[in-house]
Design a protein around this ligand. Structure first.
Ligand code: NAP
Length: 249
């Protein structure tokens, strides 16, 4: 992926990782369109940045995605990068029957959202030079957090889907997976100040240095990701699973 001169569409750009990526990419000389459900947050992201544009889009709405894809390509014909970043992380007890509304919203947002966004923009991206898709997965794709079982499963699916997409689009669209470890954002309540989680600025600094490498690594994984990413290949999966999830009760 080029480091400057892109026109980037980034979902979930009103807070956290998406907001900081949008600002860094903007400052590096890219046009960035940020989307999300809350227009005021998106406008905060764009504030003071001449080439960040705020547009409302709920990625759980397939009709809205189709209509948005058509209009955004008309408005920004140079669009060449899609970043599927929007996500939610419900904590839940999967050992009990429960109202599945939040689990279902998690699958729709985290998995169907990126699949639908990609499908809606694929024909356009394939016609662009230097086209790329960045899918944001998670360290929990590699070792699940039981309290966020459905979330972890969606991220494992995003990882798997990204591997297939990279192969299928080889030579036409570069497919990059960005797998954050635990980072201080408000993805779950109170997480932005939780000790032991990676400070957002440090995370973004390391991510941007990885994006600066040419060619771009297919998996953008900061050093801290290794704890989960490499657990299986380093023969410490069970131990890592137990550390993450605590003793069984
Ligand atoms: N922080 C971490 O520890 C961590 C670790 C691994 C992976 N990740 C992943 O990183 C990505 C960004 O998360 P974050 O940590 O930056 O959390 P965040 O600050 O909560 O960002 C998530 C963004 O997604 C947007 N969003 C949620 N539902 C949406 C929908 N239906 N349509 C459109 N936008 C929607 C939210 O905006 P609105 O609510 O205004 O729509 C919000 O701006 C997520 O995919 C997350 O799973 C984060």
């Amino acid at each position: 992926m080029k480091t400057s001169g892109n026109t980037i569409l980034l979902t979930g750009g009103g807070s956290g990782i998406g907001r900081e990526l949008a600002r860094r990419w903007h400052d590096a000389g890219n046009v960035v369109i940020v989307t999300g459900r809350t227009i005021s947050s998106l406008q905060d992201t764009a504030s003071g940045c001449e080439h960040i544009y705020a547009r409302q889009l709920d990625v759980t709405d397939p009709d809205a995605i189709r209509a948005f894809a058509t209009s955004i390509v008309e408005e920004f014909p140079a669009l060449n990068v899609l970043v599927n970043n929007a996500g939610i992380m419900p904590l839940e007890d999967v050992s009990q029957p429960r109202d599945l509304a939040r689990s279902e919203a998690c699958v729709t947002t985290n998995l169907l959202g990126p699949i639908r966004m990609t499908d809606a923009l694929l024909a356009h991206l394939k016609g662009q030079a230097d086209a790329a898709i960045v899918n944001v997965s998670s360290g929990l794709a590699f070792v699940p957090l039981v309290r966020a079982a459905v979330y972890s499963a969606t991220k494992a699916a995003v990882h798997s889907w990204s591997e297939s997409l990279r192969f299928a689009l080889d030579g036409a669209v570069e497919v990059i997976e960005l797998a954050p470890p635990a980072v201080q954002t408000e993805l779950t309540p109170g997480q932005s100040t939780r000790e032991g989680y990676m400070p957002l600025e440090d995370f973004i600094d390391e991510v941007m240095s990885l994006f600066a490498q040419q060619p771009t690594p297919p998996l953008i994984g900061v050093g801290r990701l290794g704890f989960l990413r490499n657990a299986e290949i380093e023969g410490r999966y069970d131990q890592t699973f137990a550390m993450l999830n605590g003793p069984q009760h």
